[in-house]
Design a binder for this molecule. Sequence first.
Ligand code: ATP
Length: 307
Amino acid sequence: MFLNINKAAFGYRKPLIKNADTALHTGEICLIIGNNGVGKTTLLKTLLKQIPTLSGDIFLNNQNLKTLSHEQIAEQIAVVFSKSEIPANFKLRDLISLGKYIHYPYYFDLNNDDKIEVSKIIDDLGLQQYADFPLRNLSDGNLQKAFIGRALAQNSPMIILDEPTTHLDEKNKITILKILRNLAKKHHKLILFSSHDWRLAKEFADKIWLLHDGKLDTGIAEEILLNHHELLNPQLFNLGKGFVAAKIVAPALQKEMLYSLLQKNYAFDISATKFSYSGDIWTVKTENEVFECKSFEEIIKTLNNIY
Ligand SMILES: Nc1ncnc2c1ncn2[C@@H]1O[C@H](COP(=O)(O)OP(=O)(O)OP(=O)(O)O)[C@@H](O)[C@H]1O
């Protein structure tokens, strides 16, 4: 058990989250989700002792956070915050080298082994051609990789990332999430990250910490999603207030797409109509009739004749 949270409360004067009780191991990836302002960043800052724990205890590698100095915490946890300041006039290699300086008592030039390791991190992240680029000239995706590179150079067993995929396009999001998965599974790092893009992130996370109603619910990602129907996607897009779903028998993706189509177009009870999908054909059954439709467009035409 690398991180252990024991009946802890987080927040400022008033707790945002009470009675949090959970643990994570190295090699695991955990996604933190919750609505805006629920306390995700506050929780991460508390784990870093930037904010005091209001009550209860946090153990890092079996040591109580209260007894650890900020330098000792930096040896255990590297951090990538999404709103990180870009150090002026730094090149990419300088930023990644910064991760090494927590291991030096004062400012020194890096020793040879550390320089080699920094170059290897740059290679592993596919950033060779940008090594001597000023940070301000990097794309958002490469800058984000560079901050992850700095965290890697720190060589800590745990990495915390606050919204590491914001501002990134789908391709770069997947690249970053794959890098994180690789770090956990091949290098046994514990990765804890927050994201609002949870549909994508959950594909990569083993566990979820869900912050809601002043509580922290934790567990295997799929278990948390199953137990929190409000998170599962159809309800998220429930635009038609009077919509009552129809029965849909179809593979998950087709079911999700039909649900989304129906709830956008019909703000009333359509539960009397049943839909099933087989061999690329949708069968639409009303009380008295059966229709076969080859596309969603045909389904809409059929339903518009019925309702
Ligand atoms: N230094 C502070 N003192 C008092 N309250 C604060 C402080 N910093 C943040 N808060 C409040 O604590 C609450 C939680 O903020 P936090 O940034 O942790 O939420 P979050 O879940 O990370 O939100 P988001 O998804 O919008 O990033 C908010 O209501 C915020 O205004």
